[in-house]
Design a protein around this ligand. Sequence first.
Ligand SMILES: *Cc1c(COP(=O)(O)O)cnc(C)c1O
Length: 521
Amino acid sequence: MVAYFSMAIGIDKRIPTYSGGLGILAGDTMLSAADLEIPLIGVTLIHHKGYFKQRLREDGTQEELPDEWNPDDVMELLPHRVSVGIGSEKILIGVWKYEVEGISGFKVPIYFLDTNLFKNSPENREITHYLYGGDKRYRLKQEIVLGVGGVRILKELGIGETIYHMNESHSALIIHELLKKISINDIKNRCLFTIHTPIPAGHDKFDSNLVKEVLPEWKGELDMTRLAFDGSGYVNGVSKRHRDVSRQMFKRDDINGITNGIHSVRWTSREFIFLYDRFMPGWREESALLKGAERIPASLIWSSHIEAKKRLLKFVKSDFNIDTFTIGFARRFVGYKRADLIMSNPERFRRLGDIQIIFSGKAHPQDTEGKKIIKRVIDAAKNFKGEVKVTYLENYNIKIAKLLTQGVDLWLNNPEPPLEACGTSGMKAAHNGIPSLSTLDGWWLEGCKEGVTGWSLDDDGANIYDKLEKEILPLFYNNKEKWIEIMKNTISMNASYFNTHRMIHEYNKIYKKMESNLRPI
Ligand SMILES: *Cc1c(COP(=O)(O)O)cnc(C)c1O
């Protein structure tokens, strides 16, 4: 058995406990484990108020509202309870169970930990309210609940013997908890750690004063990434590039690379699902069969795409045109992803001609730069009115991500290399026959075949106008046959590989190896 710990798991549109790629990846991982009958057990926090619901004011200012939801509607509260010490207090933790059912009926559980219990103080009841809300103290408490509480809950549920897979270092206190019973070598034989970002702010560190108050048994500063490294027998980054970048960053040569994927059925439009069922039966169990996409007639590829595009434009509800080349850009708004790069040269942007662009994405509540970029996009949408159609969809979430990655003509991605560890939304687009235009970073270094599966941008993105003017737009408007050829390639070359079925098979090899070396606790 493998316990998969993640601060966020985006599994169901009714459960808003994710903020972006990390949580969605965790959800897709659980879905693939269920389909492939790999006994994974998810552990996460309940986050009663979600991440946040985004509203934009007229002037482009982001407002953050609680994203309330009711766990009772979608999961079951179990009677089990454990407690953890935080400072001098004892905090009680309850647990909810959600089951993910795979294609054959095999089920994998996800346990959502909850401190919102009557016996806890009002302050402590809020520990599991907000994903990424609050200050450092709040975060450390959450990480104690996840790591220490998670190990204890599993034991209470009768699941003591497991491998621990840490999806990012938020749960690294697993190691601290296990050290009370087994040696560091035995811990290494059962822990693996997937690191997710080369951005230093993405690596939690807690200073010694705070640690002394909240986790007095720990001495000195608490560096979660370092702890996860020290207690894991296997460490990996989430693409080949990210493996290399992490090796440099942490000065270790034992970091591996397992490239992320997405769950194929979840992110494919109903029209393309219909085609895949017909022309590549068995693809639901074996995403690699998508290699056979050249068997699909071009006319069906195009008509299926147009249906998904219509659905998107109906949702957009503005004056967007079905025949116009439509670019999608949606992900977290954060500086390095450079959402407004395509509008950085207004003159050349105007001259691109017949295009329309749809943006979507939240900025972290404390990320002033990300918020400024949203404002700039909203301003631009107004400035270009009557010239280029630009729109922004509020409150990016799973539903909007599906509409966009299924319905645009081109998926744009221009992060500043080497900061994108992997990126997954371009993989969603590829499953729907949509090529990417992207800087060569993260997964695109592995997925880009120039002019075959999409196009690359220079690191600074300066050639974005040339690529669009000289290659992409002429092809789309004047050579549909070649365009549809490229659409097929995205499916046969990229969707067939960049999926979580392939990814979980790679992890499963490591799980199996660890399991065979396990010494009972
Ligand atoms: C897929 C997805 C993401 C991640 O997108 P990246 O391309 O990896 O940045 C973020 N948010 C939502 C809602 C998604 O579905």
